[in-house]
Ligand binder design. Structure first.
Ligand code: K2U
Ligand code: ZN
Length: 172
């Protein structure tokens, strides 16, 4: 297992629409392992494959409360099949937009369908942090970032900040 470097804005890779996983190969299994290790190291409760530069429709999540009872989830080709009318606001962050947090409103409950690493199709309902996280991760698979839900002013501010940082990095 390898901790992989995270893709950070303004990298345009984050705007790609990721491709469906066609077959669960050894390479996909190794990618899932690397994603989990990278996610736990960050630390985060979710990670989309594009965030380590691989444009395939796979996410990892673990919203368990304690370190010693990890409950890793690997979702292949996940999709939201139902979302509640009721909304919930959560202060979101993103491993690809470090140290930036803003409130985002999303459906409070969702039902989502995915394939697991054994090839089984699973459908489950979620609320709370899991609901927010799975929506955030599936957005990543469609090239959508949580800053897209903010005002243009806030979005432009954060993009300008990271573009300046990237320029300094390149010039260093
Ligand atoms: O996709 C990512 O960047 C991982 C996010 C997922 C996430 C964002 C907002 C709300 C829930 C999940 C990271 O896990 S951000 C770090 C974090 C850690 C604990 C709770 C919320 C966010
Ligand atoms: Zn994110």
């Amino acid at each position: 297992m390898t901790i992989r470097p995270l893709v950070i804005i303004p990298d345009s890779k984050l705007r790609l629409v990721s491709e469906p996983v066609q077959e669960i190969t050894g390479e996909i299994r190794r990618l899932a392992d690397d994603m989990l290790e990278t996610m736990y190291d960050a630390p985060g409760v979710g990670l989309a494959a594009i965030q380590i530069g691989v444009p395939v429709r796979m996410v990892t999540m673990d919203v368990s409360k304690s370190e010693d009872e990890r409950q890793p989830m690997v979702l292949i080709n996940p999709e939201i099949v139902w979302a509640s009318e009721a909304k919930r606001v959560y202060e979101e962050g993103c491993l690809s937009i470090p140290e930036y947090y803003e409130e985002v409103e999303r459906p409070d409950r969702v039902r989502f369908r995915y394939m697991d690493l054994e090839g089984a199709t699973i459908e489950q309902e979620a609320d709370g942090l899991l609901a927010t996280c799975v929506q955030h991760e599936i957005d990543h698979l469609n090239g959508v970032l949580f800053i897209d839900y903010l005002s243009k002013l806030k979005r432009d501010r954060v993009m300008t900040k990271f573009k300046k940082a990237a320029k300094r990095e390149a010039g260093a």
